[in-house]
Design a protein around this ligand. Structure first.
Ligand code: PXP
Length: 250
């Protein structure tokens, strides 16, 4: 089945609004696990606007499922990743002014440096994903760094309207095929919702999606467990070779 990483950054956003203890990030991760999430994803930003260092260390201790750490490839955060040893790191671009991760990482522009970063992670048993725009040039560069996966940035698709939706989807699909031909694992994420997920989840060879904001937003109205479950339901429907539960279509 296509796996789901739930990004719980915004549980910490709410906590940091009061600099207190609630809502509890670890408790939220547990609810996601119990609902069937395959991975918990957090972004430890340099400005620490939501997730804090202690969250990452505690999640690594407490989680039953994999921990995926999104991070900028900068020395301070690399040191933390080496120390905590999440299962995966996803290298993302980061700028202080952005509201969220705005574009993909320009892997080609810093290929030699990122190759060293990937090697350092691999030496510690950490797999590496590159968060890139659906651009073959960036796939080639990611392959040359030794990365294990690429996560295609689905933000342009998620924000598209009218004819642009089909155009963005086509870009993702073509790039997805190229990723698989290159022998890299194919992930996708950013801006995905229960409404727009299906078309992305039908991309052949997709193995993982990471979804945060829409799950947390839905959780306000239907609860976190239900918000995770409804996304898993879409993934199950779209995953090849998944046995349907009794009584379900197909
Ligand atoms: N994947 C990556 C690499 C991201 O940076 C983010 C946002 O932190 C996500 C997935 C999740 O995006 P969203 O919160 O829009 O679902």
């Amino acid at each position: 089945m296509i796996e789901l990483g739930v990004n719980i950054d915004h549980v910490a956003t709410l906590r940091e609004a009061r600099k207190g203890l609630e809502p509890d990030v670890i408790a939220a991760a547990r609810v996601c696990e119990l609902a069937g999430a395959h991975q918990i994803t957090v972004h430890l930003r340099q400005d620490r606007r939501h997730i804090q260092d202690h969250d990452v260390a505690e999640l690594k201790e407490e989680l039953e499922v994999r921990l995926n750490l999104e991070m900028a490839a900068v020395e301070e955060i690399i040191e933390i990743a080496h120390h905590v040893q999440p299962d995966t790191v996803c290298l993302v671009p980061e700028s202080r002014e952005e509201i969220t991760t705005e574009g993909g990482l320009d892997v080609a522009a810093q290929q030699d440096y990122l190759k060293e970063v990937v090697e350092g992670m691999h030496e510690r048993g950490i797999s590496v994903s590159m968060f890139i725009d659906p651009d073959q040039h960036q796939v080639d560069a990611s392959l040359l760094t030794g990365a294990d996966y690429v996560e295609l940035h689905t933000g342009a698709y998620a924000n598209a309207v009218d004819q642009a939706v089909a155009r963005e989807l086509d870009r993702l699909r073509k790039c997805g095929e190229y990723v698989l031909e290159a022998g890299l694992g194919l992930h996708a994420g950013h801006g995905l919702t229960v409404e727009n997920l299906e078309a992305v989840a039908r991309m052949p060879g997709l193995r993982e999606v990471n979804i945060g904001h829409s799950i947390l937003a839905r959780a306000l109205f239907i609860g976190l467990e239900n918000a995770v479950s409804e996304i898993l339901e879409v993934l199950r429907e779209c995953s090849p070779h998944v046995e349907r539960r009794a009584g379900r279509r197909g």
